[in-house]
Design a protein around this ligand. Structure first.
Ligand SMILES: Nc1ncnc2c1ncn2[C@@H]1O[C@H](COP(=O)(O)OP(=O)(O)O)[C@@H](O)[C@H]1O
Ligand SMILES: [Mg+2]
Length: 283
């Protein structure tokens, strides 16, 4: 197991404990003329017990980065570590076990099993792994997410917001070290979204978990400790201790810094809020 040679990036203090890191991480889809380089030699450090947000235009590689860091997708080249374990090069079996024990993932599409109740969906990963849930913790997750009176419902009987809260509870239930959330508030109304963000924040501050979250929303990003900006498969900027205003300003800067031909005035572009970032939650 080798250690990365390059220094930490994005202004993290040297020696800060890391939950995950990648070096020269490249992911290409397809081959030949149609090949897409979704990630282009990314170096990234994810600090332990911190809340990191990932932002960037639609198609910039945010989901791909999350999937590669979580060991859900193979890489084309480069290395990824979870803690001190290099996961690039692990066999499927070892990777599955490590993911099961240490990672929680909230997908953009909630990925709930339709035939199971909310309660069954929440503990499913642990049931599969044959692990006994920490009942007290699971109850706390359920209450904090306001799911107590929905536990016997199946996904089809729940609103989108409630389904996302079940997906959030499922990711948190096994108390994983590292939680990846891909636009967890994208399909929620603002109240449900604020609850989910508050819970992720609390998981970091009070329960020593690590969260990495993709979002398009400067207000959501402001809940994080560090915002990383992706463009064309590269990390192009970072804002520590972000405010919504600072994030929005940076998004506007990127939107205005496009290469090539002049874009139409942003307010005339469909699905955009004037930032150049996708706000349609489809990416
Ligand atoms: N399974 C796939 N097959 C082919 N291309 C893909 C696949 N997944 C993602 N891509 C491409 O990789 C790039 C990055 O995608 P993605 O990581 O989903 O971006 P984001 O989450 O930032 O919107 C995009 O150009 C996208 O079209
Ligand atoms: Mg995405």
């Amino acid at each position: 197991m080798s250690t990365p040679l390059t220094a930490p990036t994005h202004g993290l203090a040297p020696g800060v404990p890391l939950a995950a890191r990648a070096r020269a991480l490249t992911k290409a889809y397809g081959s030949g003329e149609t090949a897409v380089r979704a990630l282009d030699a990314v170096d990234v450090d994810i600090a332990r017990e911190r809340f990191t947000a990932v932002m960037g235009p639609s198609g910039s590689g945010k989901s791909t980065l999350m999937h590669c860091l979580a060991g859900l997708d193979t890489v084309s080249s480069g290395q990824v570590w979870l803690g001190e374990t290099e996961i690039t090069g692990l066999n499927d079996r070892a990777l599955t076990q490590l993911r099961r024990d240490r990672i929680g993932f909230m997908f953009q599409a909630f990925n709930l099993l339709p035939t199971l109740t909310a309660a069954e969906n929440i503990t499913l990963p642990m049931d599969i792994a044959g692990r006994k849930p920490d009942r007290e913790w699971v109850e706390r997750v359920i209450d904090t997410l306001g799911l107590r009176d929905r536990l016997k419902h199946r996904p089809a009987q729940l609103s989108g917001g409630q389904q996302q809260r079940v997906a959030c509870a499922r990711a948190l239930a096994s108390r994983p070290e590292l939680i990846f959330a891909d636009e967890p508030t994208g399909n929620l109304d603002s109240r449900a979204g604020a609850e989910v963000l508050g819970f992720l924040r609390e998981a970091v501050d009070r329960l020593a978990q690590t969260v990495v979250m993709v979002t398009h929303d400067p207000g959501a990003a402001a809940h994080s400790d560090l915002v990383l900006f992706l463009a064309d498969g590269r990390i192009v900027d970072a804002i520590p201790e972000p405010t919504a205003e600072a994030v929005l300003e940076r998004m506007r800067l990127f939107a205005g810094a496009g290469t090539g031909s002049q874009p139409p005035p942003i307010e005339q572009q469909p699905g955009h809020d004037g930032t150049g970032f996708d706000t349609t939650h489809r990416s």
